[in-house]
Design a protein around this ligand. Structure first.
Ligand code: MSP
Length: 658
């Protein structure tokens, strides 16, 4: 990284389904910063791509009856197409099955092996065939796999391990010495919390017998590389790490360490702990900032394909246009926090800010100027105090926008931009150009209109990185071009005398036409969605898990079960286990009870609060990873728990269930 370069990455996306709004979100965010830095004159490298190895992709390929490579070749395309449609100006799109990537992964593995950072070891543990992973004794729930609820078997397996523990202290130190390395600060604290526990080594292979789809390790054909170890390396293989081509190798030196890795909060551990320790072992520094953003939710649940609540970003583009879609993503929620998606929310934001504030300001100003002042950029006269206040606002907004974009505070940046539109509308109302026109005060009228046109120019320019067609379109209507924003260009942008006097103004169509109701495509999609259950259970596996038939029990035995409705009043992550959640459930007893459930991979804590579930209340309490669980919730699902058994309607805790 040097002062004049800017390197930003998105996660590379698994090719196990169509891209959804979540994938579009991270990529649009990265694109907007990339565009802003390009405008500011930095040499930008913006990287995105697809993650094509590993169990999930392999299973998706099998389910479709294709070879994994055919499957990846097909499913990488919709990601690229979506990002193109969203006008994401990525400089490179990496696919982890490309030789330029696999070659570097193998080189790195060999180097780490040669320097003694990789060793072979046997691992013994509880293995779940359905979840295809090992669990420790404490992680098991009632002796079964916490993910699937199915029985586990004791298995010993040889694998290669990366000496992650060796670099853990250095990593901890790095976070302490670089306060802005992991952002937002809550995520930094989360990682520091993780490091309070002992860090183990990282298993970085899978036996080919268990998973044949991955990058073979260079010294033993019986193993492939663990998908995360392979995937993270994309951030250096793409720009040219260890490249034979001197131009690429030089480019890598200029770009690394990257400025930003943007990731969703779900993949923070891999990007912080795994990736940093891998880089230390390679003798490289981590990126300057790892920014973990929040989740888009729908009806309070993480938006994801498997929950059946994912919004198709193509629908948004069709309904509202690409610029408004991008604007909404970045303006609606604070980058770093979660936010619920709704078309109603979209409509409100769109109409309030894009249609009414900015679009209307531009349209009415150009329209009045054309009517009363000949349709050209009018001349500036002497400035009043009100005019100077606009100047002061512009000189304040522009650097604020710049700082906020640089800092990934998109919501603040766009908010600042919209202050210009709001102030412009207020100014028009107080200056009442229609009165000036009636009074024949053409000089003052010209100044008033000119100043508002200048505000529109500034807003259009700033907006260009988020709204890449409407920003320049607005400038064109004003007879202006995108200015040079390098260096001093930024302070020039804030001045209110930058339009060309006499340049022709064009009215055009409203930039963001007001929407009085939801667009027809949305209504149709909602109707089609309502016809199907909104939360589809996962499709049946190709090979359904075997049902383990149990011997019959008597009715008396059944009545021994104390099944009751429970109202979940609080939920939080388990302090010692990623897979577990700790719930506080009111089951109608004197005190609410604590239930520990292995469902963190399925539900975020906030998804659960308020639900009424069915609880087995007379199970003997059991300590799960240090927290006593006083009961169990009924859940549906085989290989994966796909939902809890819930009771609709007003919460009524403690009702008997039979
Ligand atoms: N392949 C890994 C990442 C490897 S990076 C070296 C992966 N892929 S993924 O397809 O599951 O995509 C994860 C990313 O998609 C998240 O980190 C986030 O950027 C984005 N999102 C997926 N669902 C999301 C939401 N509901 N909301 C916001 N973004 C989310 O993990």
């Amino acid at each position: 990284m040097s002062q004049d370069t800017f390197y930003i990455t998105t996660p590379i996306y698994y090719v196990n389904g169509e891209p959804h709004l979540g994938h579009a979100y991270t990529t649009v965010a990265a694109d907007s910063v990339a565009r802003w830095h390009r405008l500011r004159g930095r040499r930008v490298f913006f990287l995105t791509g697809t993650d094509e190895h590993g169990q999930k992709v392999y299973q998706s390929a099998l389910a479709r009856g294709l070879t994994p490579q055919q499957h990846c070749d097909e499913l990488s395309v919709p990601f690229r197409e979506l990002f193109d449609r969203l006008l994401c100006s990525y400089d490179d799109f990496i696919r982890t099955t490309e030789p330029r990537h696999t070659r570097v992964v193998r080189q790195i593995l060999q180097a780490l092996y040669d320097q003694g950072d990789i060793y072979k070891d046997a691992y013994e543990g509880w293995y779940s065939t359905a979840a295809e992973r090992f669990w420790s004794e404490e992680e098991l729930v009632d002796g079964n796999c916490p993910d699937t609820g199915l029985p586990v078997e004791w298995l010993a397996e040889e694998n290669f391990y990366f000496r992650m523990a060796k670099y853990a202290d250095r990593f901890r130190q790095w976070i302490v010495e670089h306060p802005d390395f992991i952002r937002p600060v809550a995520r930094r604290n989360e990682v520091l919390g993780l490091l309070r526990k002992e860090v183990g080594d990282l298993c970085l292979t899978r036996p080919v017998s268990r998973l044949p789809w991955g990058i073979p390790i260079p010294w033993d054909a019986n193993f492939v590389t663990y998908v995360w170890f392979d995937a993270l390396i994309n951030y250096i293989s793409a720009p040219g790490y260890r490249s034979d081509d001197p131009t690429l190798a030089e480019r890598f030196d200029a770009l690394w360490p990257a400025d930003y890795h943007l990731v969703g909060k779900d993949i923070l551990t891999t990007h912080s702990l795994y990736w940093s320790t891998m880089l230390f072992a390679m003798g490289l520094e981590p990126a300057s900032c790892l920014y973990a953003h929040g989740w888009w939710t729908a009806d309070g649940r993480k938006m994801s394909k498997s929950f059946g609540n994912a919004i198709d970003p193509h629908l948004l583009v069709e309904a509202y246009g690409v610029d408004a879609t991008r604007y909404f993503f970045l303006r609606e929620i604070t980058f770093g926090a979660d936010g619920d998606f709704s078309h109603k929310g979209f409509l409100l934001r769109y109409n309030a800010e894009l249609a009414n504030d900015l679009g209307n300001l531009a349209h009415r100003t150009v329209s009045m100027t054309r009517k009363w002042l000949g349709g050209v950029v009018p001349e500036l006269g002497e400035l009043t105090d009100d005019d100077r206040a606009l100047e002061t606002l512009a000189t304040d907004v522009v650097p604020r926008f710049d700082a906020a974009m640089g800092d990934l505070r998109f919501r603040d940046a766009l908010g600042a931009c919209m202050e210009l539109a709001a102030a412009g509308n207020k100014y028009v109302d107080t200056q009442a150009p229609w009165t000036l026109n009636r009074q024949g005060d053409t000089a003052r009228l010209a100044t008033v209109m000119r100043l508002v046109l200048e505000l529109c120019r500034i807003a259009g320019t700033l907006l260009t990185c988020v709204c890449p067609t409407k920003g320049p379109e607005l400038l064109r209507l004003l007879g202006a071009e995108l200015p040079d924003l390098r260096g001093e260009g930024l302070s020039r942008l804030a001045r209110l005398d930058q339009l060309t006097t006499g340049a022709a103004l064009e009215l055009g169509k409203p930039l963001f036409p007001r929407l009085s109701e939801l667009p027809a495509v949305v209504v149709e999609a909602q109707a089609a969605g309502a016809a199907k259950p909104t939360e589809e259970p996962p499709k049946p596996e190709k090979k359904p898990p075997e049902v383990v038939a149990k011997p019959p029990i008597s009715f008396d035995d059944f009545t021994k079960l104390d099944l009751r409705t429970g109202h979940i009043i609080a939920a939080e992550a388990h302090p010692n286990a990623d897979r577990l959640l700790v719930l506080t459930v009111d089951t109608g007893d004197a005190e609410p009870r604590t239930i520990v459930a292995g469902i963190a991979n399925r539900f975020a804590p906030e998804d659960l609060v308020g639900r009424t579930v069915v609880v087995v209340c007379n199970l003997e309490p059991v300590k799960l990873r240090g927290v006593v669980s006083e009961g169990m919730m009924l859940a549906a699902g085989g290989k994966t728990v796909f939902d809890l058994v819930t009771v609709p309607g007003e919460p009524q805790p403690g009702v008997i269930v039979r």
